[in-house]
Design a protein around this ligand. Structure first.
Ligand SMILES: NC(=O)c1ccc[n+]([C@@H]2O[C@H](COP(=O)([O-])OP(=O)(O)OC[C@H]3O[C@@H](n4cnc5c(N)ncnc54)[C@H](O)[C@@H]3O)[C@@H](O)[C@H]2O)c1
Length: 357
């Protein structure tokens, strides 16, 4: 079993889960300083072999495959900065797109075809996703800067009538990436689908919603909103909530995601499959902020009406197909997950914003 990006947030949690279940696990990871800081402390069990290498660098891939002939590969290595990807498109493409093709080319050079691939893709591939206004389903354009400046937060329907976001489902929602990161994740899906079909091998693509939990990089300023809110609340700082507070997300706890990846590994697919992985419960950013503040007795969050270009308004998904196909069910509520994340933060005072200065 090889996990690329296996020293990261999701990868290291998965590596521990697999090692615990008796898998022989190898990890290939470049230990990216933006994720791990300068003095990376990697939390992997001693039985897991860590190969430091760059998936976008052919000799590194060759070197790893000389030492490991994995029957399964979980491909997680990626540049994950959504906003950052708009100004560092080449860096994101080099790792996410070329890194995927380099890995596959190295397998071809090694004459090795794994029995199974699992790819962590992202809900970002949907962009704004599908919305419904009356009986009409439509795919809104990305919200423009002028629209956001005017405080028109919801995407506009063709008739201008109020609209609601629909849960995304791989079987029916068209991918419409609105940033470079999302485009590279969709490219990864297509590249791996083509390669695995040509080599008659198994592929599971899991499109993950917003993953949070212990182990998430707290020093990476591009890390998700849950880690940021948890850290600021713990420091008794008031949380600023953007737009009107009603941006919608599905926050899924890392252990639930790891169980979905584990289930996908244990149940190879008869056909290539693409599944949405989330908690299944949409939450507004204001509600997330309130829960984080309440748990920490921090000041009431403030809705500030600021916005970020490129943010999508709503992200939610239909986890029905994944629950059936994988016999998997998310277990963590947001409240319990936040409490576990806060406990973990408390154990790492070096991650406080004061400590990071
Ligand atoms: N965390 C989320 O909310 C989320 C949501 C959707 C999809 N995903 C996907 O899940 C995967 C894992 O994400 P994560 O949250 O654990 O991120 P992470 O940044 O914690 O982990 C990614 C790991 O990949 C490594 N890496 C980066 N570039 C590399 C390269 N060139 N060669 C080898 N290793 C490299 C990093 O050092 C890091 O350890 C990614 O593919 C990401 O796109 C994550």
């Amino acid at each position: 079993m090889l996990i690329t990006g296996g020293a990261g947030f999701i990868g290291s949690t998965l590596a521990r889960r697999l090692a615990h279940a008796g898998y022989d696990v190898a990890v290939m990871d470049v230990l990216h300083p933006q994720v791990h800081g300068r003095d990376a402390v990697i939390d992997l069990p001693p039985t897991v072999r860590l190969f430091t290498g760059d998936v976008a660098h052919a000799p590194d891939c060759d070197a790893v495959l000389r030492l490991v002939q994995p029957s399964q590969i979980v491909h997680l290595a990626a540049e994950t900065g959504t906003a950052q990807s708009l100004s560092e498109a080449t860096r994101h493409s080099s790792v996410n797109v070329v890194g995927t093709t380099q890995l596959l080319d190295a397998l071809s050079r090694a004459g090795h075809v794994p029995d199974q691939f699992v790819l962590a893709s992202s809900r970002a591939v949907y962009g704004e996703g599908a919305w419904q206004s009356d009986a009409e389903i439509f795919y809104p354009q990305p919200r423009s800067h002028a629209q956001l400046q005017a405080g028109i937060w919801d995407p506009q329907g063709p008739t201008g009538d109020p609209a609601v976001p629909l849960p995304s489902a791989a079987s029916r929602t068209e991918p419409r990436p609105t940033n470079i990161y999302a485009a590279t994740k969709l490219a990864q899906e297509h590249i791996m689908a083509a390669w695995t079909a040509a080599h008659d091998t198994d592929l599971s693509v899991l499109r993950l919603q917003n993953v949070y939990g212990p182990g998430q990089s707290l020093t990476n300023s591009y890390t998700g909103i849950v880690a940021l809110f948890a850290r600021l609340s713990r420091e008794q700082l008031p949380l600023e909530v953007y737009e009107d507070g009603r941006i919608l997300r599905d926050f899924v706890y890392v252990d639930d995601v790891v169980e979905a990846l584990f289930a996908a590994i244990q149940r190879p697919a008869a056909h290539p499959r693409c599944l949405d992985i989330g908690s299944g419960v949409p939450t507004t950013i204001h509600e997330l902020a309130r829960q984080a503040a309440t748990l920490c007795d921090a000041p009431e969050p403030v809705v500030v009406g600021k916005f970020r270009d490129g943010d999508v308004r709503a992200a939610r998904c239909d986890i029905g197909p994944a629950t059936k196909e994988l016999d998997w069910h998310p277990k963590w509520t947001l409240e319990d997950g936040l409490a576990a994340l806060l406990d973990w933060i408390d154990g790492h005072p070096e991650f406080s914003s004061r400590g990071a200065e």
